[in-house]
Design a binder for this molecule. Structure first.
Ligand SMILES: Nc1nc2c(ncn2[C@@H]2O[C@H](COP(=O)(O)OP(=O)(O)OP(=O)(O)O)[C@@H](O)[C@H]2O)c(=O)[nH]1
Ligand SMILES: [Mg+2]
Length: 428
C-alpha cells in the first residue's frame, strides 16, 4: 500500500462516569492515528470513576503501559482524551515514551492537510494556542517534523525557565501576527458572502462527518450543473478517501436545466471531540454553513458507526452555533452498504450513491422542494408592448408552455412567492 514507514504506537483510553461510547471513540482514534502515518499496535482501555489527576490512568494501567512500550518497542502513546500538561509530563516520565493526546493528533493531521493560506494560518493558530501551556512536554516537538508546518521542535523536555519564557513570548507574538493576517483574509470573505446574499440566490451547504462524501457530491453536481465547470476542471474540489481531505470552504453556483439557480458550498468535515482550539480557529470557515438556507447532512451509511457519526455532526453544529436549520439527511455510499438506492425516505431524507445519476436527480428534487417551497404554476398574459418582461422571465425560468394570441404572449411558468407580486398584473 504505502511505502512510507509507519511509526508504531499504543492507544490508550479511559471510560469514566458519563463517558460516551469508548469502543467507538477508540475505533475513531485508530483511524485518526492511521491518518497521521501511525501504526496502532495495541489498544488499552480502563474503566474508572474519574481520571487520576496526576497521571490520568490509574497506577496499574500506567505500569501496563510502561511494560507495553518495552514489549512493542514503541516510543509513542496516543490518549483518547485531552490531557492536562502535567498529566502528560507525568505519564511521559513513567512510561519513557512520548505522550500525544487526541487533540495533538488531530492538530497534526490538519497541519499536514492545510493547503490554502487561510487554512494554514488557522491550523497554526490552533497549534500555538494548544502548545502554549505545554511547553515542558515533549509533545511540543511536532509529530510531523517532515512537513515543518511551523511551531515544531522549539523546546525539549525540561527546558530552563528563561528559555521557556522566550518560547512563550515568541508564541504569543506569532499568535498576534496570525490573528491580524486572518482578520484581513476574513474581511475579504465577508464581502464575498455579503455579495452572495445580495444576489438573492438560495444557498445550500454540505456538512457532515469527515470522509462521508461531501466533496464527491459537490463535484458530481458541479460536473453536470456547475457554472463554467464543464470546461474548467479547476472548479472541482479535492475529494479523497482520507480523513480531513477538505479544510477550506468552497462555494459554487449551480444552474439546473429549468434555469433555477442556487449556491452550493463544501466545507471541512467533523470528528468527535473536535479540539476546542481548532473549532475556535476554524470558526469563520465552519460558520459559512451557518448562513445557508438549507443544510445537506451527508452520512456514510456503509460505516457501522454511522449513527454515532450523525450525533457527532449534530453536536458539532450546535457547538459552532448552527441550530434549527432546515436539513436534508443524505445517506450516502449506499452502493457499499448494499442497500437499495436511490430511495426517498419520507420527509427530508434520502439514500443515495454519490456517483449515480438517478441519485443526483432525486437529491436535486429534494433540494428544489426545500429551497423553492412556495413555487406556483401561474398562467401569464403579457402584452407585446411588454415584451421585455418575457425576455426577463426567460432568462431565469423555463416555460411549461408558450403561446401567442392577438394581444401578446401567454405562458405558464413556476414562480416563487417572492417573484409573484412583480408579475401579478399579468396573471391570466
Ligand atoms: N463507493 C462509494 N464511494 C464514495 C461515495 N461517495 C464518496 N465516496 C468516496 O469516499 C471517499 C471520501 O469522499 P470525499 O468526498 O472526499 O469525502 P468528504 O466528506 O468530502 O471528506 P472530508 O473532506 O475529509 O470531510 C472518496 O474516496 C470518494 O470517492 C459513494 O457514494 N460510493
Ligand atoms: Mg471533502
Amino acid at each position: 500500500m504505502t511505502e512510507e514507514k509507519l511509526r508504531p504506537v499504543i492507544l490508550a483510553g479511559l471510560a469514566y462516569k458519563d463517558h460516551g461510547d469508548l469502543d467507538y471513540e477508540m475505533t475513531e482514534l485508530a483511524e485518526l492515528a492511521r491518518a497521521n502515518n501511525l501504526d496502532p499496535r495495541e489498544s488499552f482501555t480502563q474503566k474508572t470513576d474519574r481520571p487520576d489527576p496526576g497521571t490520568y490512568f490509574g497506577k496499574g494501567k500506567v505500569e501496563e503501559l510502561a511494560a507495553a512500550v518495552k514489549t512493542y518497542e514503541v516510543d509513542l502513546i496516543v490518549t483518547n482524551d485531552e490531557l492536562s500538561p502535567s498529566q502528560i509530563r507525568n505519564l511521559e516520565a513513567r512510561t519513557d515514551a512520548t505522550v500525544v493526546d487526541r487533540t495533538g493528533l488531530i492538530l497534526d493531521i490538519f497541519a499536514q492537510r492545510a493547503q490554502t493560506k487561510q487554512a494554514k494560518l488557522q491550523v497554526q493558530l490552533a497549534r500555538l494556542q494548544y502548545q502554549l501551556p505545554r511547553l515542558r512536554t515533549s509533545m511540543s516537538v511536532s509529530l510531523d517534523q517532515q512537513t515543518g508546518a511551523g511551531g515544531g521542535g522549539f523546546t525539549s523536555r525540561g527546558a530552563g525557565e528563561t528559555k521557556l519564557e522566550q518560547s512563550r513570548r515568541r508564541i504569543t507574538n506569532e499568535m498576534v501576527h496570525i490573528r491580524h493576517e486572518l482578520a484581513d483574509i476574513q474581511a475579504g470573505a465577508k464581502t464575498r458572502s455579503a455579495q452572495r446574499e445580495g444576489s438573492g440566490m438560495p444557498s445550500v451547504a454540505l456538512v457532515g462527518y469527515t470522509n462521508a462524501g461531501k466533496s464527491t457530491i459537490m463535484n458530481r453536481l458541479l460536473a453536470r450543473f456547475g457554472v463554467g465547470a464543464k470546461e474548467d476542471d479547476s472548479k472541482q474540489v479535492f475529494e479523497k478517501n482520507m480523513l480531513f481531505a477538505t479544510l477550506n470552504t468552497t462555494v459554487r453556483q449551480l444552474t439546473l436545466p429549468d434555469k433555477k439557480q442556487f449556491l452550493l458550498s463544501d466545507t471541512v468535515g467533523f470528528v468527535s471531540k473536535l479540539p476546542h482550539d481548532l473549532v475556535a480557529a476554524f470558526q469563520s470557515t465552519l460558520a459559512e454553513a451557518g448562513s445557508a438556507d438549507l443544510l445537506l447532512q451527508v452520512v456514510d451509511i456503509s460505516d457501522p458507526n454511522y449513527k454515532k457519526m450523525m450525533e457527532t455532526t449534530e453536536e458539532t453544529l450546535a457547538k459552532i452555533g448552527i441550530k434549527d436549520r432546515p436539513m436534508i439527511t443524505v445517506y450516502n455510499k449506499a452502493d457499499l452498504a448494499e442497500v437499495p438506492y436511490p430511495t426517498v425516505d419520507g420527509q427530508g431524507a434520502l439514500t443515495i450513491s454519490a456517483k449515480d445519476e438517478k441519485s443526483q436527480d432525486d437529491l436535486l428534487d429534494l433540494i428544489k422542494k426545500a429551497i423553492f417551497p412556495d413555487l406556483q404554476l401561474v398562467k401569464l398574459r403579457i402584452p407585446f408592448s411588454d415584451n421585455k418582461v418575457v425576455a426577463q422571465l426567460a432568462a431565469h425560468h423555463t416555460f411549461q408552455s408558450e403561446e401567442y394570441d392577438e394581444e401578446g404572449t401567454v405562458l405558464e411558468v413556476e414562480l416563487t412567492g417572492a417573484e409573484l407580486p412583480q408579475y401579478e398584473k399579468y396573471v391570466d
